[in-house]
Design a protein around this ligand. Structure first.
Ligand code: PMP
Length: 431
């Protein structure tokens, strides 16, 4: 069964000719939320039907391009999968059916064909330009999410008895540490747990293990909104960073890291693609038990094409990289991100305690902004009212509550301005 889920307006064409080909499909089989049928009898074949829906529609086979209206899009503050640049989505839409004269969709291409090879090579090359990745680093497009890297890293870098250090500034760092326990001897050298993950320690305070093979950090804790602004120097080993939620949000000196890894679904694409940037000399020493899909050597030797990669996701990442370059690269992107974050944090700080961000100011994330309401009983209403104004996914992570606005690269300034205006109005109403 084909499924299409979209919060956008779908103009469904004459059902007799080109959609709902399965004669058994009736509107009863299309569960819709906030559905508005804007014309007459749904089963009258003569009339076009305009449906606004967050619908799971079956067998919708043909639509003209460009039918979703930008005014129907919400501001999506989700932590990931997250908002993508509208113009990237439109570009993908325009080449979804036939990719650049190839006669087929990217989804239908052989991953070994020249068309897809050009797509993956361009994506890598643009990412290298964006992050200024030195030649002695490999760029891998992998699967399994950042979570799989929690295991792949110790498996590739350590023997089972090797010591490694983890600096735990939030739930993701903690998860990475726990996974590493299966394949190495990790030690938490600092944790912010007792302070509800609102801080990053002064680096001089860190007691790094003498023989640690690496120090693992989560560069931006998505749930808690805590972001490293500078990076610790390791005593002897490598610095490894999970950059899932701030990847490509600002320039990074890649040469300081052994490995940088990130799930794509926050800043650079859809879920299903995980990017790992790995210093080449670290590749090739995986523990013998390492599954083939977790062995960096296999993926490096095969240029991320050992098995079938997430082709469409990689294509989408490529479009996002192109877009970031067109915007002037990561220096410009960081400026935009700072501006958005400033506006939002200022609104919180100037609310006289009505809103509160628990994170220490110097390490507040530019990407994920958690905040609470002084009157916690109003939080559900805040989220509900915001959704009515087309600002969605503002509920905080279930483990911490409150609210969280994720304002990744693709969140336009207008989205943050609208949120701040709403916050002020909400405060005026409830103060
Ligand atoms: N690390 C961070 C910082 C994350 O935000 C997430 C996902 N939200 C993960 C790791 C896990 O990523 P995935 O779901 O891609 O495995």
């Amino acid at each position: 069964m084909e499924m299409a889920t979209t919060p956008h307006s779908l103009l469904l064409q004459n059902p007799n000719t080109n959609f709902l080909r399965n004669s058994k499909t009736t509107f009863a089989t299309i569960p819709m939320t906030s559905t508005r049928l804007t014309t007459t009898t749904p089963l009258n074949p003569a009339k076009p039907i305009s449906v606004k829906c967050a619908a799971t529609a079956t067998h919708i086979q043909d639509r003209s391009p460009g039918l979703s209206e930008s005014q129907d899009r919400v501001f999506n503050f989700a932590a990931g999968p997250a908002i993508l640049p509208e113009h990237v989505l439109r570009k993908a839409q325009s080449e979804l059916y036939i990719w650049r004269g190839s006669g087929m969709s990217v989804m239908e291409m052989s991953h070994r064909g020249k068309e897809f090879l050009s797509i993956i090579q361009k994506a890598e090359s643009d990412l290298r330009t964006l992050l200024n990745i030195p030649d002695e680093y490999s760029v891998l497009f992998l699967q399994g999410g950042a979570t799989t890297q929690f295991a792949a890293i110790p498996l590739n870098l350590c023997k089972p008895d090797d010591e490694v250090d983890y600096l735990v500034t939030g739930s993701w760092g903690d998860k990475a540490f726990k996974e590493a326990q299966k394949y190495s001897k990790p030690k938490v050298i600092w944790t912010g747990k007792s302070e509800k993950y609102t801080k990053i320690p002064a680096f001089e305070e860190l007691e790094q293990s003498e023989n640690a093979k690496y120090l693992h950090i989560c560069a931006n804790e998505t749930i808690h909104g805590v972001e490293f602004k500078t990076y610790p120097k390791t005593k002897n080993g490598l610095l490894i960073a999970d950059m899932s939620s701030n990847f490509c949000s600002k320039p990074v000196d890649v040469s300081k890291f052994g490995i940088i890894y990130a799930g794509a679904q926050k800043n650079v694409g859809p879920s299903g693609v995980t990017i790992a940037i790995i210093r080449k000399d670290l590749i090739g020493n995986a523990q013998p038990v390492t599954p083939v899909m977790l062995d960096y050597k296999i993926h490096d030797e095969n240029k991320s094409l050992y098995n079938t990669p997430p082709c469409y996701g990689i294509y989408m990442c490529g479009l996002v990289f192109e877009d970031l370059l067109e915007q002037g690269g990561l220096v410009e992107i960081e400026k935009k991100n700072k501006r958005k974050a400033d506006i939002l944090y200022n609104a919180i700080d100037e609310s006289k305690g009505f809103y509160r961000c628990p994170v220490e100011k110097s390490v507040r994330s530019l990407m994920n902004v958690p905040f609470t309401l002084e009157k916690a009983e109003l939080e559900a209403e805040f989220v509900k009212e915001a959704a009515k104004e087309k600002m969605v996914q503002l509920k905080g992570h279930r483990s911490v509550g409150g609210m969280r606005a994720s304002i990744y690269n693709a969140m336009p300034l207008a989205g943050v301005e609208k949120l701040v205006a709403f916050m002020k109005e909400f405060q005026a109403k409830h103060a």
